[in-house]
Design a protein around this ligand. Sequence first.
Ligand code: NAP
Length: 317
Amino acid sequence: MTVTEQTKDATATGIAIVGVGKIARDQHVPSIGRSSAFRLAATVSRNAELDGVESFATLEAFLEARPDVPAVALCVPPQVRFDLAWAALQAGRHVLLEKPPGATLAEVETLAGLAAEQNLTLFATWHSRFAPAVAPAKAWLASRTIRSVRIVWKEDVRRWHPGQEWIWEAGGIGVFDPGINALSILTEIMPLPVHLSGAQLTFPENRDTPIAASLVFSNSAGAPVTAEFDWRQTGPQSWDITVETDDGTLHLSAGGATMAIDGRKADHGPEAEYDGIYVRFAELLRKGESEVDVSPLRHVADAFMLGKRIVTDPFIE
Ligand code: NAP
């Protein structure tokens, strides 16, 4: 047993992190550390080890050596997630998936089916839904009529994704990697469903995935709903959603961290996206349930199906 395990309550559920990259180090390790429900029992990594935590080079080695660890958190890129999730579920482990939950819709649905067959929990996380202003925004919008929605998600890919080749490779979804966070908020807070009706995707001529995307959605209210994603934004970064209603304008900014109504800042809790994810995972395990909402990924898939393609300058990091 490792130092980390010994310092936690013995009733905490053992969990292994698979893929010790940026999000594992920035968010999963600290949130599991703060969680009373989970203890970090192991890591699976081709390259990295964490002090005081048992480490395995492959998932197979971990699954064989540690049948006592009931859960895994998959923090790898989407292109390699399905095989790992499949193996973990086959081995009887509950699985937490980083966003996006897979490289295709069908593979996520296949995993959900296997989890159900095995009576295991599959949790397809959308971290932005746990941003502090998202639940208050949803509650405020629930009783109002939507007039329009405008999403502007513009960031500097060189600043936020240095060296991440997988985001530019097929299945890495390019600018939708951050953009899907906006879509996860949209699909959570909207009181009525929307579907994609038009898209324009801009691909660097040397890459498989888009650097920018413009989306238009239809809905039964006839309200214009648009999204602009761009990875070429230097200077101030934008992660904003503005919703005009019959009763004022809601503005979510900083990726759902803050909210204002008609320009007045609204009250909400502190930032705790990943702590919220682990609270929810514990709840799902307690109830024996899964949570797999593919709606944000469906909009991305639809954009790849429907989108007009534009080729732009090569992207050189
Ligand atoms: P990353 O830093 O590039 O790390 C991914 C890790 O996955 C790598 O360090 C590697 O870990 C492992 N891996 C296994 N197979 C791989 C392969 N074929 N190519 C590259 N890495 C491979 O990526 P990340 O930013 O942590 O993102 C991982 C997932 O989390 C993505 O789906 C992303 O959308 C999501 N996410 C990221 C952020 C963020 O701020 N970065 C925020 C929220 C969600 P080992 O070397 O340990 O094997």
